[in-house]
Design a protein around this ligand. Structure first.
Ligand code: 5RP
Length: 273
């Protein structure tokens, strides 16, 4: 890995825990004004100091994040299809590497649709993006999108999608937690981060998901709805940090959540990266 690319990776992953807490706020690129993300600036502002990286599109970066922010940016560069379309896999690259460099981001991200109608184009786009990323010193995160066919979220499918993404050169792979997640980790030679998916029944369920993912080898999370659709987003993010960076148990993380909920400016120190 060349110095520039390694330096960008190091901005996002803690040298101590080797993990990262990415905050995902890129949902609007195909879902529109998602619940609790309608005013992205208001949602992002209190969470920004507690995230190791912020994952979003160029439109929201320019409009909702102050240029003085020092949080590393993971820029989504794929899109072109909305939830109104049956086939979500018809994505293309919508933001250039030149723009990613101009925006001074720490990584670019795109969805890959393994097994979907546009699998071939999607994987070729990933290969091309990685080639550009290697030239520019820009890490590429592949997002193993599962489209509308959620039943595909099993270890066999996700292991295939993650491994193929890594083989094509992705530097980070974002995927979903599933039963036998260890199999997905085992077959993927680059760091895996885990998305949360739709809001779970409780904050505790999201903490449990993150805890299992880290225990089974994920190098962090890239979570959105289970943080900013929670009634206590900052408390939730701090609790997740404890799991990702400090190996906190679910009960310990839940105690942080409760303490932060009751005393938002309490002495519970944000976990250091
Ligand atoms: C949208 C994405 C999201 O960033 C990803 O799904 C993480 O967010 P959430 O935890 O809400 O699932 O890639 O396509």
């Amino acid at each position: 890995m060349d110095w520039g690319l390694a330096n960008r990776m190091a901005r996002m992953f803690s040298p101590k825990s080797e993990n990262t807490v990415m905050l995902a706020v890129d949902h609007g690129y195909f879902m529109g004004p998602t619940h609790h993300l309608e005013d992205a600036r208001a949602t992002i502002a209190p969470l920004l100091p507690h995230a190791d990286a912020l994952a979003l599109t160029r439109g929201i970066l320019r409009r909702a994040v102050p240029p003085s922010a020092t949080t590393p940016i993971v820029l989504r560069v794929s899109g072109g299809v909305t939830v109104l379309h049956e086939d979500l896999s018809h994505e293309a690259i919508t933001t250039s590497m030149a723009e990613a460099l101009r925006l001074n981001v720490s990584a670019v991200a795109m969805s890959v649709f393994v097994g979907a109608p546009h699998e071939h184009e999607s994987l070729v786009h990933l290969g091309d993006l990685v080639s550009e990323g290697e030239t520019a010193g820009m890490p590429v995160m592949a997002i193993t999108a599962v489209g509308k066919e959620l039943e595909k979220r099993d270890a066999r499918y996700l292991a295939l999608a993650c491994r193929v993404s890594a083989e094509l050169g992705a530097h980070i792979v974002k995927t979903y937690y599933c039963e036998n997640f260890g199999k997905v980790v085992e077959g993927c030679p680059v760091p895996l981060v885990v998305a949360g998916g739709p809001k779970l029944d409780s904050d505790r369920a999201a903490l449990e998901l993150a805890h299992r993912a880290i225990e089974e080898g994920a190098h962090g999370i890239d979570m959105g709805r289970n943080i900013w659709q929670s009634d206590h987003p900052v408390a939730m993010l701090k609790a997740l940090r404890a799991i990702v960076h400090e190996k906190a148990t679910v009960n310990e993380a839940h105690d942080i959540l409760v303490a932060e909920k009751n005393h938002p400016h309490s002495t519970v120190a944000p976990a250091t990266a």
